[in-house]
Design a protein around this ligand. Structure first.
Ligand code: PEP
Ligand code: MG
Length: 298
């Protein structure tokens, strides 16, 4: 069966109307590049930068980050590599950032909230991303967004970083800026967000936890953490609709993106990028391909 799935490695799955459905990989480190390529990843839909920050005793330098992101970009070019800016909070502390003790870390100081409060942490990452963007197709997405002001503030910082690099005579390139849609607030304002960003990536892991008000790590409420709950599926559909209407790409990078039982619904809603762990990629490609074949048979 695994052997049979290998046949899908170099396949480019398309929707019935010919639109390419990008099946991309979720990665957390450069060590995983080869597995993703072997599986047939059409780029990276989510590069989690947390590991890079947790691995070191100090915060990773701008140079180390630039090198890491450039290696990724080169490995997958011309496919896009979507790098998520640091998404860390009190549940996963790192040295170099003092996190306050919080009663509800998942509702607390994490992701974009922390980054905007700590430009000394955020700006080196943004500068590294601008520099790496000269080496391939880098896109950047912001985690845990709940308001337009966060996107605007991030954009101001990005412009500041670009100005600095220019003054320093360092090479950099602009990148597409997108957001993860993983809070109910982001879903509710999706039509407004869609006017200000280049793409959406739906984070179903957090979106499910927040829509259902059920801690994703608490086994007692695991039953509620169900992406197929009509409330969560409605949130995904609303997001897709807002993105499609605004003409921006809508993708998904939560666990659900790799589920063959859900992929047909997501494609129908208008998602054109699904990012998942490399091992899920061949089956997902087959799944989209089967949809196409079924529609041709009609
Ligand atoms: C998500 O929330 O769906 C997601 C992809 O991000 P993470 O699992 O890293 O929070
Ligand atoms: Mg998340």
């Amino acid at each position: 069966d695994k052997q049979a799935l290998k046949a899908y490695r170099d396949v480019t799955p398309k929707r019935a109307d010919g639109t390419v459905i990008e099946i991309a990989a979720n990665l957390g480190s450069l060590e995983e590049i080869e597995a993703a390529q072997d599986a047939g990843a059409m780029g990276v839909g989510l590069f989690r930068t947390e590991l890079l920050f947790m691995r070191h005793i100090h915060l990773p330098s701008e140079d180390l980050q630039a090198e890491t992101y450039a290696t990724l970009a080169k490995a997958f070019a011309p496919y896009p590599v979507i790098v998520r800016t640091l998404d860390i909070g009190g549940d996963k502390p790192i040295s170099g950032i003092d996190f306050p003790a919080e009663e509800n870390p998942f509702l607390g100081w994490r992701g974009i909230r922390m980054c905007l409060d700590r430009p000394d942490v955020f700006k080196p990452q943004l500068r590294a991303l601008l520099r790496a963007a000269t080496h391939g197709n880098i896109k950047v997405m912001l985690p845990m967004v709940s308001g337009l002001d966060e996107v605007r503030a991030a954009r101001v910082l990005i412009e500041e970083c670009a100005d600095e690099l220019k003054r320093e005579g360092k090479a950099y390139a602009a990148f597409d800026l997108g957001v993860m849609v993983e809070t109910p607030a982001a879903v509710m304002i999706a039509p407004m967000l869609a006017r200000e960003v280049a793409f959406f990536s739906i984070g179903t892991n957090d979106l499910t936890q927040y829509i259902m008000a059920a801690d994703r790590l608490n086994p007692t409420v695991a039953k509620l953490n169900d992406v197929t709950h009509p409330a969560v599926m409605a949130a995904i559909e609303l997001t897709a609709k807002a993105g499609v209407e605004a003409g921006i790409m809508v993708g998904m990078c939560g666990e659900a993106a790799g589920r063959p039982d859900l992929i047909p619904s997501f494609v129908k809603m208008g998602l054109t990028e699904l990012s998942m762990s490399p091992s899920s990629i061949p089956r997902a490609k087959k799944c989209v391909l089967d949809l196409e074949t079924a529609s041709q048979g009609r």
